[in-house]
Design a protein around this ligand. Structure first.
Ligand code: ADP
Ligand code: ADP
Ligand code: MG
Length: 472
């Protein structure tokens, strides 16, 4: 039985886990770096512990975290996403200390963290994979041979990659060497492993991923799919559930493929199988993410399943209490990542103090946030300020509701993706469901907007001026 969980993460996902625990009557312990001392999740946890040194190292220090969990008598650790979530050694350390790691086994993590091994496994169980090199490539000649055999364009990928890093599209011989050198350098710096492999580059696909729940008894179901095709530089910006392009037959087939793959990996807990769906309706396995994902909220809204609570339930050894036929997908959900970035300046991170904050509400609106008025956004972490997830009965209603919510969303002091997202909700192709991973590149007009100045901004500006004057 789990009575206390140490949340080994920060920001909105730490808050998400704390909320799940509160509903389950489980105590929570947060960890925080000095630079996160004023974060909401630190205040909302039952206990909070400073970890260091510096803004990042404490969140990555497996020994320090497991040691702390033992000292404070936590029964389990939830790793969130990013940081240590996919680290097999961290999961092993937890097991050695007698602490439940809320995630899959160390062996499954090691297997799935390596994209080359995951592709091999998919091949073995008969799940289609993107045509690619049969393992990592060690020389330019080997890579060149693959390109000539398959034809351009190809994609250079890092075996250990994640978060959209280490990916390069190559369209001709003379681009290949540079792409491989840069890819290896980037992968080595980001993941400590410079191993690369090559895949055929699929033009204008949909990114379709299936959400899985798998208990420790080997029972596995899926909660339908998400369409995460609205991406910038291979990073997701907007996620949608269910997909507008999948037929019920294709959904069933891809869902079964995802389950077969998870079963072959001896997978338990929650994870996502990512596929590419090409223009001809053919699907290919891309990778598995063996953890909670940022975009799990859209699946929760259309299935009414709490995925984080399911994770905790499964980790404590309980069997899933509902079957595949009891999962039904109701309506549509859209998630917008509200990032502290300036889309009009290459999505440059925008740091500073939040001077005004009012989040939208009303029917079908969900906020998973981490900021408040007067909060200073620390410059050391990813730019996600809040996730706006909107649920509606039809696609059209969901888009209109998302648009209305974005218009209501007041967040000042830093540049955000809100006006850009608003433009997307107004754009005819998006509204008609005509989009794939090329959408942002093929719609430059989305960047053409002027930020609204509202009366409240004038009040904020005025009070800042008065404060400055009085300070003289
Ligand atoms: P990461 O681990 O960084 O998430 P993925 O392998 O999941 O990397 O790929 C991220 C994104 O890059 C995909 O969602 C897709 O848009 C694009 N992508 C990856 N592989 C291919 C491919 N073979 N062809 C076309 N696009 C691809
Ligand atoms: P995906 O990896 O499919 O894009 P998410 O959007 O849920 O899935 O990513 C979760 C977070 O973890 C993001 O902030 C992403 O940048 C980060 N992340 C994912 N994989 C890695 C990795 N291997 N190394 C570092 N960061 C990662
Ligand atoms: Mg991915």
């Amino acid at each position: 039985m789990i009575r206390k969980i140490l949340v080994a993460n920060r920001g909105e996902i730490a808050m998400r886990v704390i909320r799940a625990c509160r509903e389950l009557g489980i105590a929570t312990a947060a960890i925080y770096a000095e630079s996160d001392a004023t974060a909401i999740y630190v205040k909302k946890a039952n206990e909070a512990y400073l970890v260091g040194p510096g803004p990042v190292q404490g969140y990555l220090d497996a020994r320090q975290i497991v040691g702390l969990a033992k000292r404070i008598r936590a029964d389990a650790i939830h790793p969130g996403y990013g940081f240590l979530a996919e680290n097999g050694e961290f999961a092993s350390l937890c097991a050695e200390a007698g602490i439940t790691f809320i995630g899959p086994s160390p062996t499954a993590l090691a297997l799935l963290g390596d994209k080359v091994k995951a592709r091999e496994l998919a091949g073995k169980v008969g799940v289609p994979i993107v045509p690619g090199t049969s393992g990592s490539v060690s020389s330019l000649d080997e890579a060149m041979a693959f390109c000539h055999q398959t034809g351009y364009p190809v994609m250079v990928k890092a075996s250990a990659g994640g978060g959209g890093r280490g990916l390069r599209v190559v369209r001709s011989d003379h681009e290949l060497k540079e792409a491989m050198d840069a890819g290896a350098r980037e992968a080595l710096a980001a993941f400590g492993n410079g191993e690369l492999f090559l895949e055929k580059y699929i033009e204008r696909p949909h990114h379709i991923e299936f959400q899985l729940l798998a208990d420790k008894k080997g029972y596995i179901i899926h909660l339908g799919e998400r369409d995460c095709s609205i991406q910038r530089r291979h990073q997701k910006l907007i996620e949608i559930a269910p997909s507008l392009v999948l037929t019920p037959r294709l959904r069933a087939e891809m869902g079964e493929a995802a389950i077969a793959l998870a079963r072959a990996a001896n997978f338990h807990n929650t994870g996502t199988i990512e596929f590419l769906l090409d223009q001809d309706g053919k699907y290919y396995f891309m990778e598995m993410n063996p953890r909670i994902q940022v975009e799990h909220t859209v699946t929760e809204q259309i299935t009414a399943v709490d995925i984080v609570q399911s994770q905790i339930w499964i980790a404590s050894g309980m069997p899933l209490v509902f079957g595949q036929h009891e999962v039904s997908l109701q309506g549509y959900a859209i998630q917008c990542r509200i990032n502290a970035e300036d889309p009009q300046n290459g999505f440059r991170p925008s740091k500073g103090k939040i001077t005004a904050y009012f989040s939208p509400g009303g029917i079908g609106v969900r906020i998973d946030g981490q900021v408040y008025k007067d909060f200073s956004v620390p410059p050391y972490y990813d730019a996600l300020l809040a996730k706006l997830t909107v649920h509606g009965r039809t696609w059209d209603e969901t888009v209109r509701r998302t648009h209305r919510s974005l218009e209501e969303f007041l967040l000042r002091g830093v540049k955000t993706t809100i006006p850009f997202m608003t433009k997307i909700m107004e754009e005819p192709d998006f509204r008609a469901g005509r989009f794939d991973t090329s959408y942002l590149d093929s719609h430059p007009m989305l960047y053409d907007y002027e930020e609204m100045v509202e009366p409240v901004d004038l009040v904020v500006a005025l009070s800042a001026a008065i404060a400055a004057y009085e300070g003289l």
